[in-house]
Unconditional design. Structure first.
Length: 282
């Protein structure tokens, strides 16, 4: 087992440019609590999951490249393989990862597990157990879930380790888990979302809660035993955005890389569902 302690690098780092934010609103009672997001089809389609067990697929309208509207294509309650809807605690979906072949995986809190998920029907199957359950609080499970190009699932637990220890980056392939890296813990931030870009780099969305509001941070990692690197690309002041929990990294038709974030409003009127987008300059 190779354990990588990722450290700051002297390599030139990418930068982020904010291109737009949209407040997404729907009147339906199921709307809200979005914790996981994937953008596909060159930025025209969005799939989101909620912590009340909803999976929703949408069509994104864009004006000059910026999101100007969201159209619902389908929405389903997450359910068991036989179709029965998951109960409240079993349905607390937090992380979403969609492989290049379309296979989708969802991580759940409270009833800690990862399930393969049919996005059209909402049915879950193929439970992936988590041997590191004892590192998680009931409401601090796998929120950061991502899948690499070779189909390896990567998971990070929101629960901070004792003594300021780094966050383990768990990898799952061929039916077995291993620790592939240690992500340094820097400040009060905790992992809430993750994704891989087309260059194989890991993007990590982190959150900190303050009396003045939520803070967000994005770090970029190259997980290479020979030349690991870490770059902090975004750190917000309190209340710059709401409770950002989901991240998706994708490329437009012209090759431009984008980062799309979504917030979890916790079904509270004082919070908003925000879709926030950045472009990446290399």
């Amino acid at each position: 087992m190779v354990l990588i302690c990722l450290c700051a690098s002297v390599q030139a780092e990418p930068s982020l440019k904010h291109v737009g934010s949209l407040r997404w609103e729907q009147p339906e009672p199921w709307f809200g609590g979005w914790s996981g997001i994937e953008i596909t089809d060159n930025g025209s389609r969005m799939t989101v999951i909620s912590d009340r067990g909803q999976v929703t697929q949408t069509k994104l309208q864009r004006t000059n490249g910026r999101i100007s509207g969201v159209g619902i294509l389908s929405t389903k309650r997450l359910g068991k393989s036989a179709g029965e809807a998951l109960n409240k605690k079993a349905g607390d979906a937090e992380g979403l990862a969609i492989a290049d072949n379309g296979n989708a995986f969802v991580s759940f809190e409270h009833r800690h597990r990862i399930m393969q998920t049919n996005l059209m029907t909402g049915r879950t199957s193929g439970r992936i157990n988590l041997p590191f359950k004892d590192t998680m609080g009931e409401n601090s499970g796998v929120e950061a879930l991502a899948i690499s190009a070779d189909g390896t699932l990567f998971a990070m637990v929101e629960q901070a380790q004792s003594g300021g220890a780094p966050f383990p980056l768990y990898a799952y392939k061929n039916g077995a888990w291993r620790v592939s890296a240690h992500i340094p813990r820097r400040g009060p931030f905790r992992p809430v979302g993750a994704d891989f870009d087309t260059k194989g780099r890991l993007w990590l969305l982190e959150r900190a809660v303050t009396p003045l509001g939520f803070r967000s941070r994005i770090r970029l990692f190259i997980i290479d035993p020979n030349a690991p690197s870490e770059h902090t690309l975004l750190t917000t002041i309190p209340a710059r955005y709401d409770n950002l929990e989901g991240i998706s990294v994708w490329n437009a038709k012209d090759g431009q890389m984008h980062v799309t974030l979504i917030s979890d409003d916790n079904f509270m009127h004082i919070l908003r569902t925000q879709i926030v987008e950045y472009t990446v300059a290399e």
